[in-house]
Design a binder for this molecule. Structure first.
Ligand code: ADP
Ligand code: AMP
Length: 215
């Protein structure tokens, strides 16, 4: 299965992607996770990306396109993949299409999660992320069994620097301006399923699985 999860920051893409990777044994390709890993490791990529990420802006297209192009050619993507947080611009979507065509592959489905702006802010301010495996939790909506520790790997949970209200507002504006046109883009391609992301995590999961079965 070759899938894109589309939606604003906080819509639940990472939460649903983790569930899908466990279930279908295909990798989650989250450009945000890859970039945060590079920042933490202090690589040239990380140095290049950090100022954009801190400002809540998008990292330049050519940088993320290069990352994804390389990642999609790795062996573990042969049975499929879940793109989470990519594409975020029409240029990225065009580049993805070209890359997949070159590999003789096609997307099966694009699932767009719709969530109200107020709920997004509430979700992002309460999000806690595992420093080790990147899994997300929420202090109220999806609390870890043990405070500050990841259920999956025991790693330390932290609050992302960009999950503070001022940067969140900026990221939501960036989404509206640069990423939301992808809804019409994938609708026109006949690949889009829009789901109500306002429901509880388990109910969204059920809808995602139903959409994939129909794909
Ligand atoms: P995204 O990857 O789209 O930025 P996440 O999956 O990290 O979003 O979810 C953002 C926050 O909202 C996390 O703290 C997560 O635990 C929580 N969350 C995800 N889905 C839901 C949901 N359906 N209802 C309530 N909270 C949710
Ligand atoms: P995320 O973890 O998806 O919320 O992404 C965190 C940050 O990483 C974003 O605010 C951007 O600065 C950067 N980023 C992640 N994915 C992309 C992308 N596809 N294009 C540009 N920037 C990205």
């Amino acid at each position: 299965m070759k899938l894109i999860l589309l939606g604003p920051p906080g819509a639940g893409k990472g939460t649903q992607a983790k569930m899908l990777t466990d279930r279908f044994r295909i990798p989650q390709i989250a450009t945000g996770d890859i970039l945060r890993g590079a920042v933490q490791a202090g690589t040239a990529l990380g140095l290049q990306a950090k100022s954009f990420m801190d400002a809540g802006a998008l990292v330049p297209d050519e940088v993320v396109i290069g990352i994804v192009r390389e990642r999609l050619q790795q062996e573990d993507c042969s049975a499929g993949f879940i793109l989470d947080g990519f594409p975020r611009t029409v240029a990225q979507a065009d580049a993805l299409q070209a890359t997949l065509a070159g590999l003789n592959r096609r997307l099966d489905r694009v699932i767009s999660l719709t969530v109200d702006a107020d709920a997004l802010v509430e979700r992002l301010t309460g999000r806690r992320t595992c420093r080790n495996c990147g899994r997300g939790f929420h202090v109220l909506f999806d609390p870890p069994r043990q405070e500050q520790l990841c259920d999956a790997c025991g790693g330390e949970l932290y609050q992302r620097d960009d999950d503070r209200e001022e940067t969140i507002r900026k990221r939501l504006t960036v989404y509206a301006q640069q990423t939301s046109p992808l809804i019409a883009y994938y609708q026109a391609a006949g690949l889009l399923t829009e789901l109500d992301g306002m429901q509880a995590i388990a109910d969204v999961q059920e809808q995602v699985l139903a959409a994939l079965q129909a794909a």
